[in-house]
Structures are given as structure tokens and as C-alpha cells.
Design a protein around this ligand. Structure first.
Ligand SMILES: C[S@@+](CC[C@H](N)C(=O)[O-])C[C@H]1O[C@@H](n2cnc3c(N)ncnc32)[C@H](O)[C@@H]1O
Length: 251
């Protein structure tokens, strides 16, 4: 595992116990995904990647038939432990799996879902290709991820002082769509209000999502204070949610 991936997993593992209390954006993104679920067979085989504490998992179970099977996975063992302790269902199994290198059989799943995990993948196009390989013919991959306008206000507050924020560059909808043949991508941005910049940053930390982009060097304290003041209080922050869907061709 790369050093960066290790840091990403460590941050999420450390946040497993605080995650649910700060997951407003994740709950809304999961809702957007659930609204787009395709019709499924009664005995659907479903794979979830990056399940975290199981916010989507729980709601997905409510929609699956009695003979369905859901394999919920995450790269963080602590997240898997948290999710496992929160729900028990005979249709549900958990496993620690790297979504970028899943040791799972090809053509095995009717549905693969993932909500707000893909922005952490090192190679999203290759991962999407691999995931489509795991689908049965006619099966569907549905995921939400972050788009280019995510945290635009935080980026702008940095730019106003000649600095660049430590958050990653996320794709525009058209760029995400071009990563895998046959995909459609919808954009569904929303804004969340925070008391101030500190509350916004604390919230990211509490969900384990504060790992900076590769190469980012922490700013001097004074520079960070000016940027935080520039954001204003209260502040409204954009979460630019992209929803990607792709169906594997029937043979
Ligand atoms: C923001 S959380 C989203 C969790 C959950 N899907 C939700 O909506 O609440 C991102 C999750 O992705 C997981 N993750 C990050 N990189 C991963 C990878 N390469 N493979 C599997 N899971 C990964 C993290 O451990 C974390 O639990």
C-alpha cells in the first residue's frame, strides 16, 4: 500500500467513532445515490465499496429483497468494525477490501455502489474499468464522488491571499464521464452552512477527510488565520456531488 493510501486509511480509522455526528453531506449524497437505484432481481448480489460506518449500507438493506446479498467493504478495518457493530442482517457480509484492487470474482454482481469514497482513489479511471469487470452483464455501477466546485469558497479564500488550498483537484462532470465508456454523470451540488472556517475544518477532521492533496505543505499559522477569517462567519460551503452510472453491456 502506498504511503498516501496508508495516511488516508489511518485518518478514516481514527474518525470511525466521530464520523456519524458530522456526516450531513455524506447522508445527503447517499440519498442521491439511493434515488437512482435500478430495478434489481429478488436475489440481487450487491457490492458496496468504501462503506465507512454503513450510512448507505443500512438504507440499502431496507430496499433489497429477502434473498439479496450485500457485501459491504472498506479499506479501513476500524470503519468496518464500526459498521458491523451498528447492524446485523443475514443478507449482509463485511470485508476489508481496497476498492482499487478488489480480489473479487469477475461478472459476479448485479449492482456495485459507492458513496463519497472514489475521490480518495489514486487511479479512478483504472478502478472504474476494474469495477465494471466485476458486474454481471446488464449489472450497474452507481457511485457518488466530489466534483470540481467542491469547497469552492475555501479555495477562493486561499486564492484571495495568493495561496492554494490543500484539498485535491476534483473532476468536472464531463471529465468524470470521459473516464469510462458508456457512463452518464449528473451534477447535484448543495451547500452546507458552518458557524465558521474552524467548524468546517473540524467537521472534515471528524469524518477523517482532512488528508491533504499530495505535495501540499501546511501553511504558516498567520496565513491560515487570514484565510479562515476571509471565509467569514457563518459560512456556506459547496459540496459538488457528481453521480456516475454505468451499465455493463449484456452479451
Ligand atoms: C467519506 S467516507 C464515505 C463512507 C460512506 N460511503 C458514507 O457515505 O458515509 C470514505 C470512505 O472511503 C474509504 N476508502 C478510502 N479509500 C478507499 C479504498 N481505496 N478502498 C476502499 N475504501 C476506501 C474510507 O476508509 C472511508 O471509510
Amino acid at each position: 500500500m502506498s504511503g498516501r493510501k496508508r495516511r488516508i486509511v489511518a485518518a478514516f480509522s481514527a474518525a470511525a467513532a466521530t464520523y456519524n455526528d458530522h456526516a450531513e453531506a455524506q447522508i445527503r449524497a447517499a440519498g442521491l445515490l439511493l434515488e437512482r437505484l435500478p430495478p434489481l432481481p429478488m436475489a440481487a448480489r450487491v457490492l458496496e465499496l468504501g462503506c465507512g460506518t454503513g450510512l448507505l449500507t443500512q438504507r440499502l438493506l431496507e430496499l433489497l429483497g429477502p434473498d439479496a446479498e450485500l457485501l459491504a467493504t472498506d479499506l479501513s478495518p476500524a470503519m468496518i468494525a464500526q459498521a458491523r457493530s451498528a447492524m446485523a442482517d443475514s443478507r449482509l457480509c463485511f470485508a476489508v477490501v481496497d476498492a482499487e484492487a478488489p480480489a473479487l470474482p469477475d461478472s459476479a454482481f448485479d449492482l456495485i455502489v459507492s458513496s463519497l469514497a472514489a475521490q480518495w482513489f489514486a487511479n479512478l479511471p483504472a478502478t472504474l474499468d476494474r469495477l465494471v469487470g466485476l458486474l454481471k452483464p446488464g449489472g450497474r455501477l452507481l457511485l457518488t464522488t466530489l466534483g470540481a466546485d467542491t469547497f469552492a469558497e475555501w479555495r477562493a479564500a486561499h486564492a484571495a491571499t495568493g495561496r492554494t488550498a490543500g484539498i485535491a483537484a476534483y473532476p468536472k462532470a464531463a471529465e468524470l464521464q470521459a473516464m469510462i465508456v458508456g457512463a452518464t454523470v449528473e451534477s447535484a451540488p448543495f451547500a452546507i452552512a458552518y458557524a465558521d472556517a474552524r467548524a468546517f475544518l473540524k467537521g472534515l477532521e471528524a469524518i477523517g477527510a482532512a488528508t491533504p492533496r499530495p505535495g501540499h505543505r501546511p501553511l504558516p499559522a498567520g496565513a491560515l488565520r487570514r484565510i479562515m477569517a476571509g471565509l467569514g462567519a457563518p459560512c456556506s460551503i459547496t459540496w459538488d456531488i457528481l453521480i456516475l452510472g454505468v451499465t455493463k453491456e449484456s452479451q
